[in-house]
Every structure is written in C-alpha cells, then in structure tokens.
Design a protein. Structure first.
Length: 232
C-alpha cells in the first residue's frame, strides 16, 4: 500500500515542473512466528518499505519563450520565502506579483543572495544571466540565491515541488557548476512508462496477497466448521 501510494503520487505529478520522483528503500522483515515448521532453522522474510528517498536527478529542460521562466542546468535549488520559512525548489516558473515582487506560481517571494526580494516593473524587458543576476533596463535588480546541500537527507518534501530543510546543522552553500537558463523550465524527472509498469505490477501483487489472505481465512473457517461438525 505504501508503494502504491508513492507510485500514484509520482504519476500524479508527472507534469509538475521541477518535481522530483520518490522511490522506496526496502528492508527485510522477519516475524517471530516465521520460523520454518520443519525445524531446519529457516526463517521466512518479507520485503518492507523502511523509508522513501527522493531522486534529485535533473529533468529535461523545456523551452517556453517566457522571460520569467528559469531552469537550473546542474545541481542546485532556488531559494524562496515560504509561509513558514525558507523553502527550496527546482520549479522556476516565476511571475511578477502586483506588488512588483518576483514570486513563484504559489506567490512565494524569490530570494536574492543576501536574503532580499527582487522588485521589477512588469511592462519592461527582463534579462536573467547564467549566474542568476536579474537585470532590467541594464540595471542589476538582484541575483537569485541558488544553493546546494552536501547531503539531501535533511530535505523534507512538501506539496508540489518544494523542499524544507529539517536539520539546522545542515546548512546550504552557494551552488557550484550550475547555470541559470532563462526562457526554460525543468520538467519532472518522473519516468512515466517505468512508473506505470511498476504501478500495474504492484497492483497485481497486491491483488495476489489479498487473494492469499482471503484463501487463508476461508481455510480457517472451513477447518473450524469441520471440527464443530465432528464434535457434534
């Protein structure tokens, strides 16, 4: 059921820009009652989803022609001010709010190096350099804060394509070997054919297990009925 939910969520977000696919980390579960009845010491084990992890590999960069769309070529995350603190995303679908702030589609202000916001005039052309510097009429309006983490283990996935750092000891650093590409957007890295095939296979396995449980319950019921009939 955990795997089904995870795969279904991946497929539901296949068209979400900057979405990163989730995968399972399996372990083996051995029940105290799983020892072989033949007395040979064999213990039966079953796979169990111990935790899930996020695949941060880069998705395809798609041209949009929109000067406010940006995509990251290389490792890194765009920093924004969320409703409850700093958030990180690879979704560079930006817009200008009525206040003039450069924000995400959800209205979160994009942060500059130094933690400030960027204010722009909607009617004037905008240029975004490969280092994230935003210019309007030749004037620098700020540089996008692009960061990276030594380990992504502390990043908790929130709704959509946002992440939150849950470990204060793990601090982000300026991203290296990354380029900001204006007029492009990063697609999700969900491999739809693979996810669909795994989902079908998982559903069949789930149905088999469900049938096995039903069969076991029927056998127990018949055994009880037979004992009751003989006893009477």
């Amino acid at each position: 059921m955990d795997s089904l939910e995870l795969l279904a969520n991946n497929l539901a977000n296949a068209a979400t820009s900057g979405y990163k696919t989730d995968r399972e980390f399996y372990g083996l579960y051995a029940s105290p009652d799983a020892t072989s009845p033949w007395g040979d010491g064999t213990v039966s084990t079953l796979p169990v989803v111990e935790r899930q992890w996020t695949d941060f590999s880069q998705g395809t960069l798609q041209p949009t022609g929109n000067s406010l769309d940006v995509a990251l070529s290389g490792p890194g995350l765009i920093t924004v001010n969320g409703p409850n603190g700093v958030l990180y995303t690879r979704n560079g679908s930006l817009k200008i709010a009525p206040s003039g702030e450069l924000v995400t589609a959800e209205g979160y202000a994009v942060r500059t190096v130094g933690g400030q916001s960027i204010h722009l005039t909607a009617a004037k052309p905008i240029e975004i350099a490969t280092d994230g510097t935003v210019r309007q009429e030749g004037q620098s309006m700020g540089q996008l804060e692009i960061v990276d983490f030594a380990s992504t283990g502390s990043l908790k996935k929130l709704s959509g394509s946002y992440f939150q750092n849950t470990d204060p000891k793990t601090q982000p650093a300026p991203a290296a070997n990354v380029q900001v590409e204006q007029g492009r957007i990063e697609s999700s890295n969900v491999a739809v054919p693979e996810a669909a095939m795994r989902l079908v296979g998982m559903m069949r396995q789930f149905e088999m297990l469900q049938k096995a449980v039903t069969l076991d319950a029927d056998m127990n019921r018949k055994a009880i009925e037979e004992v009751a009939r003989v006893s009477s």
